[in-house]
Design a protein. Structure first.
Lengths: 381, 357
């Protein structure tokens, strides 16, 4: 803090001076300070000279800001940013694929605070990007207003929250805005069937994060999947809480999972963010199985993660870019389900051994029936 | 008079200048390390901020919030207290303004609604600040601990209220206010179109002037500074130290809370969970670089706002984190040239030398 009447650069008189003299205006010794100040000014001068000199350095490979008529795509991440192993990374992967396969030039913006979301979108839109994507439901309002303001730019919002009017009908987003939604219930249906078939104990578990319509969608699909292959199976469904905190509570997740496993459940599907890490922890402790969500969570507990219900944000983002590339982009609600490869379950070299071939065949048959429209998966409880 | 001017120059202007020069060179080196040309990147940063009306509007918007949190921290530091709770107080202020805006009937004239919302913001922030103030005055509880912890409590509480009781489905914000919206500057200056800069900046600049008046032209302000310099001496001189501490933290909280109106009244017209986004913590840096002087805080807020907005602009060529590194460099450079820090360092060096001898 500033103490009045005292020099900045160590020129103050000794600390023994009295309180009163500090508070009152007192003359100060001057001579030695002048010398010090000259040194500081010289330092500033040298630094500025170096700075000016460095302005003329052009390293090889330095790029100019992108211009030209290639396909320009701008993506604004959510505050979590890249490295979340879920949403934002998914969008990144999709965009990089578009860069490789479609020659799109992609620019990313990582906001630092709330108002940066709109600023980032606006920055990209004002630069004449062909497509601007906001990753996460939180961009909903900003995307809606910007899409109206820049009618010639295409916009897309991952998990865009479609407004429901008073009569319960969805309000269509602006004509140049694509709402990229996922039919999580379809993927949940398949892992529900998987849980019932692999668990083989007439009881399966579900741990949800925040008790909310969004997560009820997962539970509804899961229940339907269980009933499809095992009508007399019981689904034990529990939620970690009623606030967003419920998505960040591994302790609670472990508690719920342990009690479910002890009731005879062998497989638990979680849709609960990092709360699910507690579910895997419980699975490891009791040598049971958990099913992951959003991204492939095998690595969280190798050998105990039966599979994961994945949301393919990368495919949705790639699809949007591709539509802009071949000029078939229109606004509206795009729903990504099993048919569009927008949701699915993980089956790879890691968990192959955990899923018997018969189960795999059954799941693929169910998937085909959903894609063909012969099975309709409910999205509400 | 000449000597006085020079003292001001040395105390208040030189340290930030040194910091700025160091930051420029460090920035050059970082940009070179990333394989880009410094000249081009700085130009991009300038174009995205002061070079364009829109960018400048964004800088003004960000500086408005930072000025409030910077003033809040400066006010408490002048009293010798370290308020780290500006983040929570800022959020509480925004929430208070939004709730009053929701509670007012539709169509309440702005002349009534805006002052009510602003008062609500100050009261909410001040109430949060009063808790550590009273605890410090009555029980000697350390304000650093209490204010840090109050952030968690306030933010979690607001998060609960918004997400469980007051949010629009599928979002994390309250419904839009019925009254109390403050128009944007773009209504008068067309070039600002699209930027969030709004008329609350006038309220904040007025608050800045009021804070200066209070600190340097009133008896209470004099007492506050005296307590900040040496509480025992101030008490001996007849100042009621406990009351001064309490008032300082309350005022500090109210100033931080005032920052919430920038987002709530001026930008979105609703409270959104997490809107503070670190502006409260950055206020500590603003106060430090602004040398705890209201005018300095104003300039420092503009500087940090420029870095923050510029970070978005240069994102095309270099990672945005470069500006975060620059922020850190400026803070360290100013901190080491602040007299108190230098004295501590010198004493430590003296002790070391004495120990060896």
């Amino acid at each position: 803090m500033i103490i009045p009447r005292k020099h900045a650069f160590g020129c103050s008189r000794p600390c023994t001076e009295s309180m009163a003299s500090r508070l009152l205006a007192m003359p100060r010794p001057e001579r030695d300070c002048t010398h010090f100040m000259r040194k500081i000014l010289a330092l500033i001068g040298v630094l500025l000279a170096v700075h000016v000199a460095l302005q003329f350095v052009h390293p090889a490979g330095a790029v100019a800001a992108p211009t030209g008529n290639a396909l320009d795509v701008g993506i604004v991440f959510d505050l979590g940013g890249r490295g979340d192993k879920s949403f934002n990374d998914g969008a990144y992967i999709g965009a990089m694929r578009a860069a490789k396969e479609l020659g799109a030039r992609v620019r990313f913006v990582e906001p630092g605070e709330g108002s940066d979301r709109e600023a980032g979108l606006r920055l990209l839109a004002a630069e004449g990007m062909d497509l601007v994507i906001g990753v996460g439901f939180i961009f909903t309002d900003d995307l809606t207003s910007l899409a109206k303001e820049y009618p010639n730019v295409a916009f897309a919002g991952v998990d865009y929250a479609v407004t429901i009017d008073k009569n319960g009908n969805a309000v269509a987003p602006p004509k140049n805005l694509a709402a990229l939604k996922f039919r999580e219930e379809q993927g949940s249906f398949l892992v529900g069937a998987m849980a019932a078939l692999v668990g083989n104990s007439k009881k399966v578990g579900f741990v949800g994060g925040m008790d909310s319509p969004l997560i009820h969608k997962f539970e509804a699909g899961y229940r339907a999947g269980v009933k499809q292959v095992c009508p007399d199976c019981e689904v034990i469904a529990q939620y970690a809480g009623v606030t967003p905190e419920a998505f960040r509570n591994p302790g609670r997740g472990k508690e719920l999972a342990l009690s479910q496993y002890q009731q005879g459940v062998n497989v638990i599907y979680h849709a609960s963010g990092s709360t699910g890490l507690g579910v895997f922890e419980a699975a490891r402790t009791l040598d049971k199985y958990g099913i992951g969500v959003d991204a492939d969570q095998y690595k969280e507990a190798p050998g105990h993660v039966l599979s994961s219900m994945v949301k393919r944000v990368d495919n949705a983002v790639f699809d949007a870019i591709k539509r802009v590339a071949d000029k078939s982009f229109t606004g509206g609600i795009y729903s990504f389900g099993l048919a569009e490869d927008g949701v699915g379950y993980v089956y790879d070299e890691h968990n192959k051994a955990l899923i018997p071939d018969a189960v795999r065949q059954r799941l693929e048959a169910l998937k085909a029936e959903i894609v063909a429209g012969r099975i309709t998966v409910p999205s509400t409880k | 008079m000449n000597a006085r001017l020079r003292a001001t120059f040395e105390e208040a202007v030189l340290p930030p200048l040194v910091a700025l020069a160091v930051a420029f060179v460090a920035g050059d080196l970082l940009i070179l390390m990333y394989g880009q040309a410094p000249g081009a990147v700085w130009r991009l940063l300038f174009d995205g901020t002061w070079g364009k009306a829109y960018g400048f509007g964004q800088v003004l918007y960000k500086a408005t919030t930072l000025t409030c949190t910077g003033l809040a921290v400066a006010m408490s530091l002048r009293a010798g207290l370290f308020n780290i709770g500006a983040e929570g107080q800022l959020a509480a202020g925004g929430f208070g303004a939004a709730v009053v805006g929701l509670w007012l009937p539709v169509g309440t004239p702005a002349i009534i609604a805006v002052p009510l919302c602003v008062m609500a913001a100050c009261l909410a922030g001040g109430a949060v600040g009063a808790v550590p103030g009273v605890l410090r005055a009555k029980f000697g509880a350390h304000e650093v601990i209490v204010t840090i912890m109050s952030n968690f409590i306030v933010l979690a509480l607001l998060n609960y209220i918004v997400s469980a009781k007051l949010h629009v489905p599928e979002t994390l914000h309250t419904p839009a206010m019925h009254a109390g919206a403050v128009p944007r500057l773009s209504g008068v200056i067309a070039g600002f179109h699209g930027s969030a800069a709004n008329w609350t900046i006038v309220i904040v600049v007025a608050a800045c002037a009021a804070a200066w008046w209070y600190l340097f032209r009133t008896r209470a302000g004099y007492e506050l500074r005296a307590v900040g310099l040496q509480p025992d001496a101030a008490e001996y001189a007849g100042v009621r130290v406990g009351n001064t501490w309490r008032n300082a933290l309350m005022l500090s909280g109210a100033l931080a809370g005032l920052g919430g109106v920038n987002f709530v009244l001026g930008y979105k017209n609703y409270y959104e969970d997490g809107f503070a986004g670190g502006a409260g913590f950055l206020g500590i840096a603003v106060a430090l670089v602004g040398r705890n002087h209201p005018l300095g805080v104003l300039l420092a807020a503009l500087f940090f706002a420029t870095l923050s907005q510029g970070g978005l602009a240069i994102n095309a060529m270099v990672p945005k984190q470069i500006v975060e590194v620059l922020q850190g460099i400026v803070i360290i450079a100013v901190a080491t040239s602040v007299p108190e820090v230098r004295r501590v360092l010198r004493n430590a060096a003296g002790k070391l030398a004495g120990g060896r001898a």
